[in-house]
Write a protein that binds this ligand. Structure first.
Ligand SMILES: Cc1ncc(COP(=O)(O)O)c(C=O)c1O
Length: 395
């Protein structure tokens, strides 16, 4: 029998990373298929339903046959609504031609990096960080340069570390606040220090503010709004987290116009456009009743307290109170520094899906990321299970 031919994949594929949340979700689902009851604290998505007025707008749009192609950068009405929203929430005047709409924040991040980076360019990235940044940076042959986020600083940049990471090859710096995976948030003083470095070294900053509606103890401080450098800043944002719209796939970037044009050209050549009726739903999200978003935030706030309090009671575990997003990043290094092994053990023995901190970067070693996008009842049960598993754990 003849064997099927096998072709070499593009060499660049070996540079592409993955995202542990999706890998762990698949593992957990496989256990569920065997009849196990798993509590999901691995995925970064609100467990709430998309607000009714947003769903109704999407359904009405389908009924009205809003099912054809749109301009590659998004429909004018949504780009206007985004420009007005960013102008209002960040205090920086933004116009439609600076806005590119895409099928989620993640593709917007990827297209932005593809539009800006050459081989050998250095990109300063926090460690730990959302994995998509590093993955696409290495994919294009650019060089990720890590700056550690220390638990002792509430997982905020140390400006001195940042300054040391900058070289003549530094093209871009990635900022993400509120931060995935640690929940850390930048203060206005941090933003001023980062902006000062960006200005002095002429570095483009990509600020990922997708968790901007999830800031708990202080008013959200936007790098885009406070840096005073809109001409050398790219804003990434989207609808997944604030409006519980992860599966709709809707995000956007705000750029200096010439970069928006380049990202638009990439959109045109890849996705053509973002789903039309989803864009209509996005307008409803931005212009409609904001109370559902605030309700979700208030619920997250209660859960954060519950989870942090419970984790702090586990002998050997320390846990910073995260200022934002919907993640906690407890330190389990006294239990085991091999966080991936520990996460697998917690899944297999405790039926709770969590993520090893080192899957977000080497500096996450010994930490575990847990999402509190789950009910209080499930969080209590997860804490009981983790406490039990950890007490019996042997390295
Ligand atoms: C920091 C950060 N940025 C961007 C995204 C992208 O989200 P989406 O593609 O659903 O808009 C995520 C999702 O987990 C995230 O955590």
């Amino acid at each position: 029998m003849q064997t099927a031919p096998r072709f070499a994949l593009a060499e660049t594929m070996s540079q592409l990373g993955t995202e542990s949340a999706f890998v762990m979700l698949a593992k957990a689902r496989a256990l569920e298929a065997l009849g196990r009851s798993i509590i999901h604290l691995e995925v970064g998505e609100p467990d709430f339903d998309t607000p009714d007025h947003v769903k109704e707008a999407g359904i009405a749009a389908i009924r009205n046959n809003r099912t054809h192609y749109t301009p590659s950068t998004g429909i004018a009405e949504l780009r206007d609504a985004i420009a007005a929203h960013v102008t209002r929430t960040r205090g920086v005047p933004v116009t439609r031609d600076q806005v590119v709409v895409g099928p989620g924040g993640k593709p917007i991040i990827a297209m932005t990096l593809l539009a800006m980076l050459n081989r050998g360019d250095e990109v300063v990235i926090p460690d730990p960080a959302y994995p998509a940044y590093r993955s696409i940076v290495t994919y294009v042959g650019a060089v990720p340069v890590s700056v550690p986020l220390q638990e002792s600083r509430g997982f905020r940049f140390d400006p001195a570390d940042l300054e040391r990471a900058v070289t003549s090859k530094t093209k871009m710096l990635v900022v993400n606040s509120p931060h995935n995976p640690t929940g850390g948030i930048l203060t206005p003083a941090d933003i001023a220090a980062i902006a000062d470095i960006a200005r002095r070294h002429n570095i483009l900053v990509m600020t990922d503010e997708i968790y901007n509606r999830h800031s708990y103890d202080a008013e959200f401080a936007s790098y885009y709004g406070l840096s005073g450098l809109p001409d050398q800043t790219i804003l990434i944002d989207g609808f997944s987290k604030a409006w519980a719209m992860t599966g709709w796939r809707l995000g956007f970037g705000v750029y200096p116009k010439y970069i928006a044009d380049a990202v638009g050209a990439l959109m045109l050549n890849t996705v053509s456009c973002t789903t039309t009726f989803v864009q209509d739903a996005g307008i409803a999200a931005l212009s409609g009743d904001d109370r559902p978003v605030q309700k979700m935030r208030d619920e997250f706030l209660r859960r954060r307290a519950l989870l942090v309090e419970g984790l702090r009671k586990i002998p050997g575990v320390t846990c910073e109170m995260p200022g934002g997003a919907f993640y906690v990043f407890p330190n389990f290094s006294k239990i085991d520094t091999d966080d991936v092994k520990l996460a697998n053990h917690i899944l297999e023995e405790g039926n709770v899906a969590v993520l090893g901190g080192s899957t977000f970067g080497p500096n996450g070693k010994g930490f575990i990321r847990m999402s509190y996008a789950n009910s209080e009842e499930n969080l209590r049960e997860a804490l009981a299970r983790i406490t039990r598993v950890v007490a019996a754990y042997k390295r």
